[in-house]
Design a protein. Structure first.
Length: 527
């Protein structure tokens, strides 16, 4: 049911926003609107460099242009809807066009297919708004504040200041993905007829392997949400205030800030429940792998299962630890309450509009745009259902969901990656190879397509071919280090110690967090 957007009286608005202040220490005290602060102007101008005042700040992208490499360096295929992209850029441009105090750095705004209510800014000055925000926001004002907040992180240089933290987060997420890929390669390479007891087939064992692989795919998607850069409290406050200024200056209602923070709190709670559920899913998958190997390949049981528990258990432990730290969900939940209160005080002190504007309806929840959002949500949901079916070792159900065409129409690379997993579960390696080959040729293929394809090839003993696939991925994304952990792990598993050591040296030369990911990958491969 769509929520009606009403215009509250000013006193009702303030009463709604007012909550007990939970934490105030460490929050910078504002003396004026942040958008009027000369020091803020100087920081934004420094980020803009030599760009002219009034220059177009947003990169042009209509959803079908040649996709920027940074957009696809993810686990998921992006949303490539020209209509949705134009609308999100309209909202962002409406706020940026009113900034005339300084030049603005060039940035990009894109739509992520993730269904959680969240958005984030990358170190490459890219802002990603999840599909879940477009679906769940109650007003355009709410979306404007979400956008304004993330854009402010870029304008103020927070994304560059936190590059090291972001790299560690990315490495942790990559480690989660790599554990699944190397583990799959290990299990597939060991699934030869000689190691199976009489009456068992490699295809039977592969069903169990793909079950674990699919469960871990779901988990590493969640890792992208949990392993975030963890903005410092002062940075979040600055982004809230400047984002609020950008939105209100553009004619949006102050209620958008409160509504977005309320949705953020609910989203954090949902992610906590999902984390617990997926933790059980992966552990169940490991147990299924153990059961399958005990029945079909007892000689391999001692090798595979302890390794699986080491890799996946370590990954889950990292996620649990992350939740318990300053970047964890509990503190983020409390921080959302604190931020809401802080924004109330900021609004009252520096804006306090006598006649606040009416809230604007969410344009993504009605008409043609609303129908299109529903279609993209349905496609993303269907992709998740296919992965869940594979976790349940139900390839028939997975095939049936995929045959409905929702995933193929909007996420063609994802469709082929899922089809490859089905073929792999059935032991149809040539068909799986063909699907992965086609997936990596598509312009919307995410980096995960190359990593999964390489892992499967290495598992079949085609290590040189696997390295060529990773080379293709590095060339496509102009980012060799993106695939270094996977490369190191697969080479180590193949017994190519000299080559793996050379890759490890490349990792060490780049970044400590990357080195840690490569070392962990090699250790997991060595068993």
């Amino acid at each position: 049911m769509r929520r009606a957007v009403a215009r509250p009286a000013r006193r009702i608005l303030l009463a709604t926003l007012a909550l007990p202040l939970l934490v105030t220490c460490g929050t910078p005290q504002a003396t004026q609107r942040l958008s009027k602060d000369p020091q803020i102007h100087a920081r934004i101008a420094r980020e803009a460099g030599n760009r002219p005042v009034g220059g177009a700040a947003l990169l042009s992208f209509d959803g079908r242009d040649a996709l920027l490499p940074a957009v696809l360096q993810t686990e998921f295929e992006p949303v490539t809807s020209p209509a949705l992209q134009r609308e999100i850029q309209r909202i962002a441009n409406g706020m940026l066009a009113r900034w005339t105090e300084t030049p603005l750095p060039q940035l990009g705004v894109f739509i992520s297919p993730v269904l959680d209510y969240a958005a984030y800014a990358s170190t490459e000055r890219r802002v990603f708004v999840n599909l879940g925000v477009l679906r769940d926001a109650g007003s355009e004002d709410e979306i404007a504040f979400v956008l304004g907040h993330e854009i402010s992180h870029v304008l103020l240089g927070h994304n560059l200041e936190r590059r090291a933290e972001a790299q560690r987060s990315a490495a942790a997420s990559q480690l989660a993905a790599n554990a699944a890929l190397v583990g799959t390669s290990l299990a597939v390479s060991g699934g030869t007829a000689a190691q199976l007891t009489p009456g068992a087939t490699s295809g039977t064992k592969r069903v169990v392997i793909v079950s674990v692989m699919a469960g871990t795919t779901l988990l590493r998607g969640l890792a992208n949400e949990l392993f975030d850069p963890g903005w410092a409290r002062g940075q979040e406050t600055e982004a809230d205030r400047l984002g609020f200024d950008l939105a209100v200056r553009a004619g949006y209602s102050p209620t958008g800030a409160a509504d977005s923070l309320d949705n953020l709190r609910r989203g954090d709670g949902n992610r906590a429940a999902t984390e617990a559920n997926l933790r059980g899913t992966v552990q169940s998958g490991i147990a299924m792998l153990g059961t399958g190997l005990t029945q079909f390949a007892p000689s391999a049981y001692q090798q595979y299962v302890p390794l699986g528990l080491t890799m996946f258990g370590g990954m889950i432990e990292k996620m649990t630890t992350s939740v318990a730290t300053s970047a964890g969900l509990a503190e983020r939940h409390d921080a959302a309450l604190t931020r809401r209160t802080s924004m109330t005080e900021y609004d009252q002190k520096f804006w306090n509009l006598d006649d606040p504007p009416d809230s604007k309806p969410n344009p993504f929840r009605a008409g043609a745009l609303g129908r299109e959002v529903d279609q993209w949500v349905a496609a993303r949901t269907a992709a998740g259902e296919v992965s869940t079916a594979l976790v349940d070792q139900d390839t028939a159900r997975a095939r049936g969901i995929l045959a409905q065409g929702r995933v193929q129409r909007l996420f063609p690379a994802t469709h082929r990656m899922l089809q490859a997993k089905i073929y792999l579960a059935e032991g149809r390696i040539p068909q799986a190879t063909q699907e992965y080959e086609q997936a990596t040729r598509l312009p919307t293929a995410p980096s995960a397509a190359f990593a999964e394809y390489a892992a499967m090839l290495a598992g079949e003993g085609q290590v040189d071919a696997a390295m060529r696939v990773l080379d293709q991925g590095a060339q496509r994304f102009n980012n060799a280090e993106l695939f270094l952990p996977t490369r190191a792990g697969l080479l180590a598993r193949a017994g190519r110690k000299d080559a793996a050591t050379r890759v490890l040296a490349q990792c060490a030369a780049k970044d400590r967090s990357l080195l840690e990911a490569c070392e962990a990958s090699m250790k997991a491969s060595a068993g």
